[in-house]
Design a protein around this ligand. Structure first.
Ligand SMILES: Nc1ncnc2c1ncn2[C@@H]1O[C@H](COP(=O)(O)OP(=O)(O)OP(=O)(O)O)[C@@H](O)[C@H]1O
Length: 252
């Protein structure tokens, strides 16, 4: 079943067409990567889906329902979560509190009440937060203030925060940006692990081809806002148009 569909999605910034008639379908349990050269429109596409940007034209449907007029938090409540790129961590709060706030936000959709005084009354939030921290390997650091975590663990917490809302679809925009090779490996392992454990559907924007080829079921290639190819990693590897447009003829 199609979980996410974009229909003729256009985003213009002044005279610049950042996404140009993009029709993207992501099926349940599918892992889709979006690749393309700098400025191809990858982040714009993600920001349209999360409703951080309004499209100039087109529709976005999630589980068959149009989300194109919704507020960002309404999209989160329907099961779309985005990890990375924006600072989602509250540095002064503990790892556990960060996960609990994320779990709670998905239920309430906002922070319009005093979380800390109400938290004992909130069923389920503790369990979801603890399960999530367990899944990302941070349960033993639950009481650590988030700001004291090493960089790699902060990124794990970001994944945890995205997962704590129990999303049906996780959007990841360059999850390994700025990481050391070891942190990159451990993040990729973590994504693989979470994918197995939670049966997650995700859309990944990533420049590192090794990562893309290893964890995607399907790859969508954007160039100047347009989808120029899509297929399995093997199909994309062998696609001449992709080689030309994106990789400058370099063998993958
Ligand atoms: N808020 C904005 N205002 C004006 N132009 C924008 C804005 N956001 C993006 N653009 C332009 O839209 C085009 C697509 O940008 P986008 O960031 O989506 O590309 P990208 O594929 O994510 O690139 P990168 O790989 O470098 O992150 C670029 O030409 C960019 O300069």
């Amino acid at each position: 079943m199609a979980l996410l569909e974009t229909d003729g999605l256009v985003k213009e910034f002044g005279g610049l067409v950042a996404t140009d008639d993009v029709n993207l379908t992501v099926n349940e349990d599918e892992r889709v990567s979006i690749i393309g050269p700098n400025g191809a429109g990858k982040s714009t596409l993600i920001n349209l889906i999360t409703r951080r940007l309004d499209p100039t034209e087109g529709d976005i449907r999630f589980k068959g329902e149009s989300i194109v007029k919704m507020e960002p938090h309404e999209v989160v409540q329907r099961g779309v979560s985005k990890s990375f790129q924006t600072a989602s961590i509250f540095p002064d709060l503990t790892v556990r509190e960060n996960a609990e706030i994320a779990a709670l936000a998905a239920e309430r959709g906002s922070f319009g009440f005093d979380f800390l005084t109400h938290r004992r009354k909130l069923h389920g939030v503790h369990e979801v937060a603890a399960d999530t921290l367990d899944a990302v390997g941070l349960l033993d650091r639950a009481e650590t203030p988030a700001e004291d975590l090493p960089y790699g663990d902060k990124r794990r917490l970001e994944i945890g925060i995205a997962l704590a809302s129990e999303p049906d679809l996780l959007l990841m925009d360059e999850p390994t940006a700025g990481m050391s090779p070891e942190e990159t490996r451990s993040t990729v392992d973590l994504i693989e692990e979470v994918k197995e454990r939670m049966g997650l559907t995700f859309v990944l924007v990533e420049h590192d081809m090794e990562i893309v080829f290893s964890i995607s079921d399907r790859i969508v290639v954007l160039n100047r806002g347009r989808v120029i190819a899509e297929g399995t990693p093997d199909e994309i590897r062998g696609d001449e148009q992709v080689q030309e447009a994106y990789l400058g003829g370099v063998e993958l």
